[in-house]
Design a protein around this ligand. Structure first.
Ligand SMILES: *Cc1c(COP(=O)(O)O)cnc(C)c1O
Length: 238
């Protein structure tokens, strides 16, 4: 089928390869998260059939049924906003949680992870443009709280995540991607810590994100097709 998941996935993979080549990066250093929100378990299985093993969902309720319906051995990333009262359900299902943006939430995750006997692997979401609507740490607040966050024994902080302001063509995202990388570098220097991962880039701008250092790109519609309805917390233009 022309324009289907098989083609979409092949195209995105090819784009990622080219972007890695252009920027002198190793293909293996960029992980493609196929964002399957609003799409069926069947769509996920089709992508799995093409060798895709990493998927992203942004709403717990929608994800629960889908995860139960899909083969094991899949790495799921929770990429939506996280409500504290959902943490106990999210942690056992998702390998990584991308939207952590407060000490309070991090505390809940740390304590819950301890209860569950696991380490919660997280990305700290950063709001570089000061867009309150999307969630995310203001950079100065994160700078202030990173010591406390790092001291939590049941959290592993993989790195930073951002959702840049929507622009018509996606080209405007580059600036935010390079800012996120620079902010990460600054945190690593100031705190003598390691934040290896940068989760940035969606369907309209994943190539730019790779050129600017993304290690995780979150791509939905370029693989699965247009979504029929918006998901709460989703960026405009997504
Ligand atoms: C929906 C969503 C994506 C994927 O968006 P596309 O434009 O469909 O690629 C990526 N990240 C987050 C946080 C999302 O909510």
């Amino acid at each position: 089928m022309k324009g289907g998941i098989v083609e979409g996935l092949a195209e995105v993979r090819e784009d990622l390869r080219s972007a890695c080549k252009r920027s002198g990066r190793d293909e293996g250093d960029v992980k493609l998260i196929a964002v399957s929100k609003t799409f069926s378990a069947e769509a996920v299985r089709e992508a799995i059939g093409e060798g895709q093993r990493v998927f992203g969902e942004s709403r717990l309720q929608e994800a629960e049924g889908k995860l139960a319906d899909v083969a094991e051995g899949i790495e799921w990333h929770f990429i939506g906003g996280v409500q504290r009262n959902k943490v106990r359900k999210i942690l056992p299902l998702f390998e990584w949680v991308h939207g952590v943006d407060s000490l309070r939430l991090a505390n809940t995750m740390d304590r819950t992870a301890a209860d569950l006997g696991i380490v919660a692997k997280i990305f700290l979401q950063v709001d570089l443009a000061g867009e309150d609507s999307k969630g995310g740490y203001a950079p100065d607040v994160l700078h202030r709280e990173l010591d406390d966050l790092s001291s939590m024994g049941n959290l592993e902080i993989g790195g930073l995540m951002t959702i840049p302001p929507a622009t018509g063509d996606g080209g405007g995202s580059r600036r935010w991607f390079s800012e996120l990388r620079e902010f990460r570098d600054q945190l690593e220097r100031n705190f003598k810590t390691s934040l290896p991962y940068l989760s940035m880039g969606m369907s309209g701008d994943y190539e730019l994100a790779v050129e600017e250092g993304a290690t995780h790109v979150r791509v939905g519609s370029a693989i699965f097709g247009r979504r029929n309805h918006k998901v709460r917390g989703e960026s405009a233009g997504g």
